[in-house]
Design a protein around this ligand. Structure first.
Ligand SMILES: Cc1ncc(COP(=O)(O)O)c(C=O)c1O
Length: 1004
């Protein structure tokens, strides 16, 4: 394993100029990003009656712990880490580029950089507490409205992982909603990467596909053949998917396709690029044919960020929701924001339609998605507003003009020609060349040009050698001049000029979008106000259990934004993206060491997708042994909703068997053994969260794993809680076959108001040959190269996953080094154990009979029966008591703990290692004050929260009268904090209590 070469650099040779002063951010420079001092740690250890950090783990089976150091490099100082990151990024060779293809590249407005620095927006959690999340909610509302404006679709969710995932979810939604039998008709002209994603997901399920063929002479779909397929098989076609702009950059006949589907009542899904729908662009999908398509799916990453070696992406999904068409919405995946009112009739926003989601519906959910790409939706909304009507229109006009110009140059040369001159195209150009495209592309590289992408394989006939160029507002005169020079230098002038097809008017937008325009100052001021309505883990303990809301270093974000990482295109030749590949390689190798397992894939983009990767690996493994009958998945009842929803997505919906917990909150061995006896022969695997969602280590894990293995099954560990055991527990000794590591929890990726997350999946030896995506290795000359494992289950991302997040995790691990990883987990466990020790004398704890069990990184508090009775008497039913008490946390400047999960009457608290003892003590005082209020002044619970910008939201009304978008003529007006969150955090907890009582005329 390589260790960073610059770890030995003398400080004065460092080349980095950071755009911020790390000294001004107290958590930024602390060793391992642990704020507690040595004294703090000693004092907390004393409270929990221990002498040393390792004793925190003395209740775990000792043979399962790592002995000695992890195989990671030594930690780097802040400056040297920054220097190293810059040097790695500089290994990328950024050329003038006409690569776009799978991932278009457009300029983003400078406002994106500014909004990205608003930490209460970028680091906060999913807006489950609307009173403290109006900032995030408004940004998502803006995204929904603007994308709705562009597409004509009323219901736009606040993002799926990427285009492929959006197409998959649209297909599942269409089939669920219309209940039509049969296969899905996929246009062959979709990107093969998207089709391959769909095949990966379909394997082992009842989803199958029929391919609508391409006409190799036009480069577009063969409409006659597609018509015949539909006429002959319409009763067994459950949905139809086609692109507006196909993988050869040509415009498909969307009116024909949309009407054909409508004629036979087949739900239609159009794959679109929202950027191309701006004024002066292509026809919006709501107007395709006589009534528009039913669903849209697409990629919108380029509305928010640069290519970033392929991710995070922004999966766009939309459905209709108007007086003619409402039926699909409740079957859709993902999150929506709706307009609402609070109890004082203030306008506000709230997440709606949650009852479709995995945390409520488990295996019956409409999707397994939990973390989405929320922050990209936030900044895409800001970017679109900042560019406004004219900015978008001009960008499109520029791209189309560049394309026309290059087309003209090409038509004047010999040896290179338009591949499909009679098919209309808008911003892309496919050229047919006489020589080997690879040789041509290499020659262009030598001239400092990424000329395009070899797309010859997309024409199955194989008779043409094709190169595709993509145009946008990124290429200016200089770039076009280099392209022209290359074309003119390499291809002689021709005596004839060929004509090119015009875009037929029926494929173009006719009406302007009339997007509003705002000044930059007005917008940045507005987004700053929005940030002020949220809170960030920067400022204090953010106690959401199971979410690991720890400090997100600024260094990580800076690193992810370095040109060599953020501007690298995933389809650039491997020789030119050695920087990104090095990051992926190191991360891949480091996670083998962190988990103790044999293989790693860096492709999955969220915990839920990591789970799906795991179960698909299990499926492939069993199939390879001729054991496809294994269809049972055991899951403890207390597991996160994604575990069940993932099992259903993988095709095990009817094979999920719930496991019971014993009185101590661990898996009940007797129940488990009964289920193994009953289902062993058909067992596919088990999914176990460890430490479990009660913050308790499953000490019988290895016994359970042995029994599962003996029955022929495999073991998935949900690693959402790795913050308790990373670098401490060797997962290979536990018997784990696959585990995901949520980078947005343990590995300091910001939560972004709900995403993007990320997940690295590590696997045991038998599963290594099946890993998805590409593996990276270092060749004998030190170059990073990739290969696809021989029996790979396929792909979970069109490129390399959320690469930007891999950079963040890499940056974090550089600072942690081999000692930092176990120290981080130890202090996280210590902080939780300390708070538990202080608070258990004030609150009953859950599980009820687990009082004596040592907690790991989190714990659950509840109320006494008397408290519940007191609350009932003032009008708070028991079912509402815990969520309502959670609102009191907001009054003390904190976010609420996780309420009602995994225990209906639980408040789950996870402090993480990011806070000093003084901060934890203030948090504890607040929690004790809350108990005092509940006991002595229960009426204050009915009106909580008291100091947030809005009061309690009427979620029932918001769900009943759904309003998911409107024409944005002005920025939504904003409520104001009654007391600023930072002031609340500075106030003494007794003073806050006094102010709450004063509001009720109860203060002494
Ligand atoms: C225990 C557990 N498992 C799985 C997940 C799903 O992870 P993600 O949101 O990254 O999809 C979560 C997310 O909160 C979780 O807490």
């Amino acid at each position: 394993m390589s260790s960073p070469t610059s770890s030995t650099l003398p400080k004065d040779e460092c080349i980095v100029q950071l755009p911020y002063d790390p000294e001004e951010h107290p958590r930024e420079k602390s060793r391992h990003y642990i704020s507690a001092t040595g004294e703090d740690i000693a004092s907390m250890l004393e409270t929990v009656k221990l002498n040393h950090l390792p004793e925190l783990f003395s209740h775990l089976p000792q043979e399962q712990l790592f002995k000695g150091n992890l195989d990671l490099p030594e930690e780097l100082s802040y400056e040297v880490a920054a220097d190293h990151l810059l040097r790695v990024s500089q290994k990328t060779k950024l050329h003038t580029s006409f690569i776009g293809d799978l991932l278009p590249v457009w300029k983003v407005h400078p406002i994106v950089g500014q909004v990205s620095q608003l930490r209460p927006l970028s680091t906060s959690y999913t807006p489950y507490q609307p009173e403290r999340s109006q900032g995030t909610l408004v940004t998502h509302w803006i995204y929904q409205c603007v994308v709705s404006n562009l597409t004509g679709f009323e219901a736009i969710n606040t993002s799926l992982y990427d285009r492929s995932a959006a197409i998959f979810e649209a297909i599942c939604c269409a089939r669920r909603s219309r209940k039509r039998p049969g296969s899905v008709l996929l246009a062959q002209s979709l990107f093969e990467e998207d089709i391959s994603f769909l095949h990966t997901h379909a394997r082992g399920t009842d989803l199958n596909f029929e391919i609508g063929p391409l006409d190799t002479t036009t480069g577009k779909l063969d409409y006659d053949k597609i018509k015949i397929i539909v006429e002959e098989k319409h009763s067994v076609i459950s949905a139809m998917v086609f692109p507006q702009v196909n993988s050869l950059g040509l415009l498909e006949e969307v009116d024909f396709l949309s009407d054909l589907a409508r004629q036979w009542d087949i739900p239609s899904i159009a794959v679109i690029d929202p950027m191309l729908l701006a004024t002066g662009g292509l026809k919006p999908p709501s107007n395709f044919g006589s009534g528009g398509v039913d669903f849209i799916a697409g990629e919108a990453q380029h509305l928010a960020i640069p290519p970033s070696f392929g991710g995070p992406g922004l999966g766009l999904f939309g459905s209709r929701y108007n007086e003619h068409s409402k039926k699909d919405l409740r079957n859709t995946p993902g999150r929506y924001i709706g307009k609402a009112k609070d109890s004082q009739n203030r306008d506000c926003f709230v997440m709606v339609l949650s009852t479709r989601e995995q945390h409520i519906r488990k295996e019956k959910a409409t999707s397994n998605v939990c973390s989405n790409q929320a922050f990209l939706a936030t900044i895409a909304g800001a970017n679109l507003l900042a560019k406004g009507e004219n900015g978008l229109k001009n960008a499109l006009a520029h791209a189309a003009h560049s394309r026309r110009q290059v087309s003209e140059w090409v038509r004047q040369r010999d040896g290179i020609e338009l591949a499909f001159p009679h098919s209309a195209a808008f911003t892309e150009l496919v050229l047919s060349v006489s020589e080997d495209p690879e040789i041509l592309l290499r020659r262009a590289r030598e001239d400092g040009l990424h000329f395009g992408v070899d797309v010859s394989s997309r024409l199955t006939s194989g008779e043409k050698k094709l190169i595709k160029l993509s145009f946008s507002d990124v290429q200016g005169e200089e770039e076009l001049a280099s392209l022209k020079k290359f074309i003119f230098d390499n291809f002689p002038a021709s005596s004839q000029t060929e004509n090119e097809a015009m875009i037929p008017s029926n494929l173009l937008r006719t009406e302007p979008t009339n997007l509003p325009s705002f000044s930059h100052d007005e917008l940045i001021n507005y987004y700053e106000q929005l940030a002020n309505l949220n809170i960030s883990p920067d400022d204090g303990c953010y106690p959401l259990g199971s979410c690991t809301m720890k400090y997100n270093p600024l260094l990580n974000d800076w690193a992810a934004g370095l040109e060599g990482f953020s501007q690298a295109h995933p389809q650039a030749p491997e020789e030119d993206v050695q920087g990104p590949l090095e990051v992926l390689y190191e991360i891949q190798e480091w996670f083998k060491s962190i988990t103790g397992l044999a293989g790693v894939t860096t492709q999955p983009v969220a915990g839920a997708q990591g789970e799906l990767v795991g179960l698909k690996l299990f499926q492939a493994y069993h199939q390879s042994r001729g054991e496809d009958h294994r269809n049972i998945i055991l899951i403890p009842k207390s597991a996160h909703g994604t575990n069940f929803a993932t099992a259903a997505t993988a095709g095990y919906g009817s094979g999920i068997v719930y496991l019971q917990a014993n009185e101590e909150g661990r898996i009940d061995l007797t129940d488990f053994r009964q289920k193994i006896d009953e289902h062993g022969k058909n067992l596919c695997g088990i999914m176990i969260t460890n430490p479990n969602t009660s913050g308790i280590f499953e000490t019988d894990f290895s016994t359970i794993a042995q029994d599962v293995h003996q029955a022929g099954g495999l073991v998935y560990m949900d690693g959402a809680n790795m913050n308790a055991i990373a670098g401490i527990v060797d997962l290979s000794k536990l018997g784990v076959d696959a585990v995901h590591n949520n980078l947005h929890k343990t590995w300091t990726i910001p939560h972004g108001g709900g995403g993007p997350g990320d997940a690295i999946v590590a696997v045991s030896e038998p599963l290594v040959p099946f890993l998805p995506g590409k593996q990276i290795y270092k060749d004998k000359d030190g170059y990073f190269r990739s290969y696809t494992p021989e029996s790979s289950i396929g792909t979970f991302h069109r490129n390399w996953g959320n690469f930007g997040h891999k950079v963040r995790a890499y940056s974090y691990l550089l600072r942690l080094g081999k000692e930092g990883v176990p120290r981080m987990s130890s202090v996280a466990v210590l902080a939780a154990r300390y708070l538990f020790e202080v608070l258990r004398f004030h609150y009953p704890t859950l599980p009820a009979h687990a009082g004596q069990i040592s907690r790991m990184h989190e714990f659950i508090l509840t109320l006494s029966d008397q408290d519940f009775e007191r609350l009932e008497k003032v009008g708070v039913p028991k079912s509402q008591a815990i969520p309502q008490v959670g609102k009191l946390f907001l009054d003390f400047g904190f976010h609420a703990p996780t309420v009602a999960f995994p225990e209906v009457f639980g408040l789950m608290i996870e402090p993480t290692e990011s806070y000093t003892k003084a901060e934890l003590d203030r948090f504890a005082r607040a929690v004790i004050s809350i108990k005092d209020l509940v006991e002595n002044y229960p009426q204050v619970v009915t009106t909580a929260p008291h100091f947030t910008p809005i009061d309690r939201v009427d979620e029932v009304a918001a769900n009943r009268n759904l309003c998911l978008s409107e024409k944005l003529s002005h920025l939504p007006s904003l409520p104001v904090n009654r007391i600023q969150p930072h002031v609340l955090l500075e106030l003494d907890t007794d003073e806050i209590k006094r102010r709450i009582l004063q509001l009720h005329d109860l203060a002494e």
